[in-house]
Design a protein. Sequence first.
Length: 122
Amino acid sequence: MKKIFIILLVIFVCATCSDTTAINNVPVAFAGFDRSIIVTLNQTEVELDGTGSYDPDSDLLTYKWSIEAIPEKSRLTEITNANNPIASFVPDAEGDYVFSLSVDDGVFTSQKDIVVITVIAK
């Protein structure tokens, strides 16, 4: 009788074991804080810092910086190192430069995070 009870107990415990499949969470992009800077136009390189981005599961991230808006007089078309956590650009006009950052963990892509850099010429 004890053997049957033990066998039934083992079967019951095994049947109620939960699935250990890992759940992947969406990563979080952080493009940094909005800020104003004084620069020499067409010369000063301005850093975009996305190192505050993270993945709740500690998965490796890929980065994508994009230009969302530029001042009317600007001709900016390129972000240097746009696929790295730290990217940069060289402003060519005064005004607001708006950039977005998204990060991807290989399964999910984060929502875009926006940063506004207000450029003032020296």
